[in-house]
Design a protein around this ligand. Structure first.
Ligand code: AMP
Ligand code: MG
Length: 342
C-alpha cells in the first residue's frame, strides 16, 4: 500500500482523510496526546485492519473518538457524572469507559459490553471526526509493543505502507496517551495520562485506582502477570531506584562491566544528572529538568525510540505524582518491570 503523507492539512485534505475513513481505510492523525491510527468504528472490517496494521492482539479494545460530547449518547450510556467530568476536562485527554450501545461492533470493544470514548481537543483530530461523521476507532499509531508515536518521523517509521494516509501534526503536545477511567461500575482510573489523578479527584473524590496503575513497583516483587513489555525500545530498559549518588555509582559499575563484554550502555535521566554520569556511557538522553513533568511526558516516547547503538538502557524511576504518574507508568512498562532497588 502507498501511504500519502499530508503536511499542513487543508480542509480539502481533511475531507479526503474523512472519505478514506468512510470507505474503510486507515488514517494516521495527530491528537493532543499521541498520534492515532484511525478507522470507521462502525465497520468491523475497518476496525480489523487496525489490529492487522499494528500487529495488535485482538483482545485489546479500541478507543472511539467523537467530535463532541453531544454525540456520546449515540454510542454509549453515560452516567450523570460523565457530564460533570466533561464540563471540566472535555474536549481533552480523558477517555471514559461506559456501557456500549449495540451499534459498536465487538471488533472495537474486543467483545466487552463497554466502549472507551474520547473527545479530542486537537483541531485536526476534532475536524476529522466531524467530517467523517462516524466514530473513529483509534489506538496509538505505533506497532504493537513499540513506544507510542509522537512525531511525523515515528509515524512514518511504524505506519508507512500500513495506513492509507498520514497527517503531519508536528510534535504531539502532551506526548503520552489519554487518561482512561471506567464509569461502567465504580469509577476507576485504568490508565494515568494527561488529566491527572489529582484533577479527577476534584470531580470524583473517591475514584478507585485500577490494578494496572497500582501494581507499580514499591520495592517488592512485581506480580508475574505484569512482566510483559510495552512502549519498549529495541533493547532492554532497566530502571534504577535510589539516591542520585547510588544511581551514578550503579551506572558507572554496570557500564564498566558491559564494556568488558564489548557492550555499550545508554542512560535516560534528567538534566541535573548529566554532569555526574560516567563518560563511558555511549548514549545519554535527558527527559528535561527533574521538576518538569510535562517536559518528561513530552519527550519520553521520542527518547525511547532514539536509543540505537546500545545494548542496555538504564533509567531513573520517576516520581509518581501529577503527570509524573503517567510517565512512571509508561517507563515501568517499557522496562517490563525490571527495576533494581539500589
Ligand atoms: P491505545 O491502544 O494505546 O490507544 O490504548 C487503548 C487502551 O484503552 C488500551 O489499554 C485498552 O485496554 C483500553 N480500553 C479500550 N477500551 C476499553 C474498554 N472497553 N474497557 C477497558 N479498557 C479499554
Ligand atoms: Mg497504545
Amino acid at each position: 500500500m502507498t501511504t500519502r503523507v499530508i503536511h499542513s492539512p487543508t480542509e480539502s485534505d481533511l475531507k479526503d482523510a474523512a472519505e478514506i475513513i468512510k470507505v474503510g481505510g486507515l488514517v494516521v492523525f495527530p491528537t493532543e496526546t499521541v498520534y492515532g491510527l484511525g478507522a470507521n468504528a462502525l465497520d468491523p472490517d475497518a476496525a480489523r485492519r487496525i489490529y492487522e496494521a499494528k500487529g495488535r492482539p485482538s483482545d485489546n479494545p479500541l478507543i472511539i473518538h467523537l467530535p463532541s460530547v453531544d454525540e456520546v449518547k449515540k454510542y454509549a450510556c453515560p452516567p450523570d457524572i460523565y457530564f460533570e467530568l466533561a464540563k471540566r476536562f472535555l474536549p481533552g485527554p480523558l477517555t471514559v469507559v461506559m456501557p456500549k450501545k449495540d451499534v459498536i461492533p465487538d471488533t472495537v470493544s474486543a467483545g466487552l459490553p463497554t466502549v472507551a470514548v474520547r473527545v479530542p481537543s486537537h483541531p485536526t483530530a476534532s475536524r476529522l471526526c466531524r467530517l467523517a461523521a462516524v466514530p473513529i476507532a483509534a489506538p496509538s499509531a505505533n506497532l504493537s509493543g513499540r513506544p507510542s508515536v509522537t512525531t511525523l518521523k515515528a509515524a512514518i517509521e511504524d505506519m508507512d505502507g500500513r495506513a492509507d494516509m498520514i497527517i503531519d501534526g508536528g510534535e504531539s503536545d502532551i506526548g503520552l496517551e489519554s487518561t482512561i477511567i471506567s464509569l461502567a461500575g465504580e469509577p476507576t482510573l485504568l490508565r494515568p495520562g494527561g488529566i491527572t489523578l489529582e484533577q479527577l479527584r476534584s470531580v470524583i473524590p473517591d475514584i478507585k485506582i485500577g490494578g494496572a496503575v497500582k501494581e507499580k513497583y514499591d520495592g517488592r516483587a512485581i506480580a508475574p502477570g505484569m512482566k510483559y513489555r510495552h512502549y519498549a525500545p529495541d533493547m532492554p530498559v532497566v530502571l534504577l531506584d535510589g539516591s542520585d549518588e547510588a544511581f551514578f555509582a550503579c551506572v558507572a559499575e554496570r557500564c564498566a562491566a558491559l564494556a568488558a563484554e564489548n557492550k555499550a550502555c545508554g542512560v535516560l535521566c534528567y538534566d541535573e544528572d548529566l554532569p555526574h554520569i560516567t563518560p563511558a556511557v555511549r548514549e545519554m538522553l535527558s527527559l528535561g529538568p527533574k521538576s518538569d513533568e510535562s517536559a518528561a511526558a513530552h519527550r519520553l516516547f521520542t527518547l525511547l525510540r532514539s536509543f540505537s547503538g546500545v545494548d542496555v538502557v538504564y533509567g531513573r524511576l520517576p516520581k509518581s505524582e501529577g503527570l509524573g504518574l503517567a510517565v512512571f507508568n509508561r517507563l515501568v512498562k517499557a522496562a517490563g518491570f525490571d527495576i533494581v532497588k539500589l
